[in-house]
Design a protein around this ligand. Structure first.
Ligand code: ATP
Length: 221
């Protein structure tokens, strides 16, 4: 069983997230990608985050027609700050030993991995698939990880990945990275502009129906 874990704030989920997840699923022959909306993102404390119930609902609507995609409310159920190490540990503890766990992350988020809780341990527990884009591809581990960590990795031509001391890998893959961000979507909506074709139509309807991201938006967790 090859599983991809795709964590994010998804405030809201957009076509950039979905297209990249689709490509990762195909390239790595994953059985499933699980979208995991964070309940409380430790690195986004300065931003008002839309209520979990709305962010999760939008993910659910966006992925409902894709049999390879599913959603987990694990971080909401666990409560407190959402740390990836806790999420990965949960999947490792509750799944069969044959499970291959791949953490999917954009290059911008991976650049900050040294700020994540127990990040060195996290890199040992699962594979990382880093989605890169032109002009942003520091496909050199020492540019991202500290020297003491990156020196323990070696490049493997067969898998086109960097294998670490715990036999977990870091893969960089250049994907069809659509220049869409949730920040931009929120900004457009706050100005009363259209976000059609940036999010799935069904998400667009949900945003309109719930009046999300307008001046009277629902915030808090
Ligand atoms: P924000 O603009 O609010 O920071 P975001 O668009 O970056 O949000 P997140 O929910 O923070 O979305 O991202 C979840 C994950 O998706 C992160 O790993 C991030 O790097 C990745 N990601 C963000 N934008 C894209 C995109 N256009 N294509 C693919 N992956 C993306």
């Amino acid at each position: 069983m090859k599983l991809g874990l795709f964590g994010g704030t998804f405030d809201p989920i957009h076509l950039g997230h979905l297209r990249c997840a689709e490509e990762v699923c195909e390239i790595f022959h994953l059985d499933r990608i699980i979208f995991i909306p964070s309940a409380r993102q430790p690195l986004k404390t300065e931003q008002d985050i839309t209520r979990y119930v709305h962010r999760a609902k939008m993910v659910q609507l966006a992925i409902k027609d894709n049999p390879n995609f599913s959603i987990s409310d694990l971080e909401q159920r666990r409560g407190g700050t959402s740390y990836s190490i806790d999420t990965v540990n949960y999947f490792l503890a509750t799944s069969p030993e044959t499970l291959e766990l791949n953490f999917i992350v954009g290059q911008d988020a991976f650049q900050d991995i040294h700020k994540w809780k127990d990040w060195k341990e996290l890199l040992k527990r699962c594979h990382f698939i880093v989605m890169t884009r032109p002009g942003y591809d520091a496909e050199d581990l020492s540019a991202v990880l500290t020297k003491d960590i990156s020196k323990d990795y070696h490049y493997d031509h067969v898998s086109d990945g960097f294998i670490g001391p715990a036999e977990t890998s870091i893969y960089f893959r250049r994907l069809t990275f659509l220049e869409i961000s949730s920040t931009d979507i929120r900004t457009r909506l706050a100005k009363g502009q259209s976000v059609r074709y940036l999010v799935p139509e069904i998400v667009h309807h949900y945003i309109s129906a719930k009046k999300l991201y307008s001046s009277q938006s629902f915030t808090g967790n």
